[in-house]
Design a protein around this ligand. Structure first.
Ligand code: CO8
Length: 373
């Protein structure tokens, strides 16, 4: 009863922001701040805001642009956050809409109808409300019986969601599981922070996992095994949460948004991820050289190259370890699934691949998969 990935869906927002547009907006904001606070800056009471640069962003991260669910507001220097219209309780929520868009594509690719699916997992870095679960709203919108639930595991939400789906199918408790990652990150980006304003983009991905006995799609990957690891770290953090109404904090304070110690993350996560992947492959009797494709978490191009180099002892080719960061930026947990969605059809029967996330938590999640046909 081997669980297989039988369909993947990628929904990309219509709007994109290039590095140049982003930097123009940030620099105008910084300049305005510096003019307005000239006296305090000159008196040494506060620091002047430094300027950002498109060249730095591309070199440090590999990002050229990012997609955004709602562009309005994000580049407005009097706002610096997207303006997303509030929806009524009787309308489909924003994240559920993103999720449904990706889910329909995955279902189509897997030849699955609503009645074939038993479970919906919505797994991402943030959900727009606590309850009812976005997954249950999506389940209702798609007309799926059975049950749904939400999971939050930051960067590893997608892989950890796939792990749960694998277990349910393997145990025979579900026929097909739909795992969706509606990553609406832009409301959590601090567009006034030079170090992080460029990192994230919005996207939704979806994957169908089912038993090999029922799978009929043209591209199927058997899941040979899953492996997860977490280790607590404050180096990537958001203090946004429901307690803030009681703690009387400024709802716009910088610590309520995504913030990180990027250098520490880089140094600590790269060796952890390489070691994790190596030991996961070894559990299945494989070495990194046996792997035809690496669908790695997409946080930073230098990170991916370093991890792949540690594993292979050489630079990976663009085909071996595809990068989608240039177009999509970091999309929290969805990055490795975007890479998989765009770069899996050319693999040959029996080729081995690794899907692996790494990041906030810290959390690492991997799947060793093998092309069936
Ligand atoms: N423009 C120009 N200069 C800049 C800019 C900029 N935009 N930003 C920083 N600089 C400057 C710095 O101030 C510094 O100057 P100085 O040397 O004078 O101090 C210099 O450039 C170098 O800065 P850094 O040392 O910070 O630069 P790095 O080369 O280390 O690159 C990165 C910075 C890109 C952040 C890099 O450290 C990195 O990618 N680290 C790992 C990041 C990572 O993996 N993060 C995980 C993200 S978490 C995640 O994936 C999901 C979380 C949940 C979702 C959240 C959704 C909102």
């Amino acid at each position: 009863n081997t669980p297989v990935i039988s369909g993947v869906g990628l929904w990309t927002p219509e709007n994109a922001i290039t590095n140049e547009e982003l930097v123009m907006s940030y620099n105008a904001y910084a300049e305005k701040f510096n003019v307005e606070h000239k006296a305090q800056i000159e008196a040494g009471q506060i620091d002047a805001m430094p300027f950002s640069s498109a060249e730095f962003i591309e070199k440090a991260s590999g990002i050229k642009q990012r997609y955004i669910y709602q562009k309005e507001g994000a580049l407005d220097i009097d706002r610096m956050r997207p303006l997303i219209p509030k929806r009524r309780d009787d309308e489909l929520s924003h994240q559920a809409e993103m999720a449904v868009n990706a889910a329909k594509k995955a279902m189509l690719q897997a030849n699955k109808k609503a009645e074939d699916i038993d479970v919906v997992i919505v797994s991402c870095a943030y959900t727009e409300r606590a309850y009812p679960a976005i997954a249950i709203e999506v389940q209702g919108a798609l007309g799926i019986e059975g049950f749904g639930f939400d999971m939050l595991v930051a960067c590893s939400a997608a892989t950890f969601g796939l792990h749960r789906a694998y277990e349910m199918v393997k145990a025979g408790s579900a026929r097909s599981v739909l795992v969706i990652n509606p990553e609406l990150t832009s409301p959590q980006v601090n567009y006034t922070d030079r170090d992080s304003h460029f990192i994230f983009g919005d996207v939704a991905t979806a994957v169908i996992i089912e038993s090999e006995d029922t799978a009929t799609s043209s591209h199927q990957f058997a899941i040979l095994g899953t492996k997860a690891k977490t280790q607590f770290s404050n180096n990537i953090r958001s203090n946004f949460g429901y307690l803030s109404r009681a703690t009387d904090e400024d709802p716009y304070a910088a610590d309520r948004l995504f913030h990180q110690e990027g250098r520490k993350v880089f140094k600590e996560v790269c060796p952890m991820a390489a070691e994790h992947i190596q030991s996961h492959l070894a559990q299945h009797g494989y070495a990194p050289d046996n792997v035809s494709r690496w669908w790695l978490h997409q946080a930073n191009i230098n990170m991916n190259q370093l991890i792949a180099k540690r594993l292979l002892g050489r630079d990976p080719s663009a085909q071996e370890a595809p990068i989608v960061l240039d177009q999509y930026a970091n999309t929290a947990s969805a990055g490795s699934i975007i890479a998989f969605a765009l770069h899996h059809e050319d693999l040959k029967q029996d080729d081995i691949g690794v899907i692996c996330s790494f990041g906030a938590g810290y959390s690492i999640g991997s799947l060793v998969i093998q092309k069936r046909h």
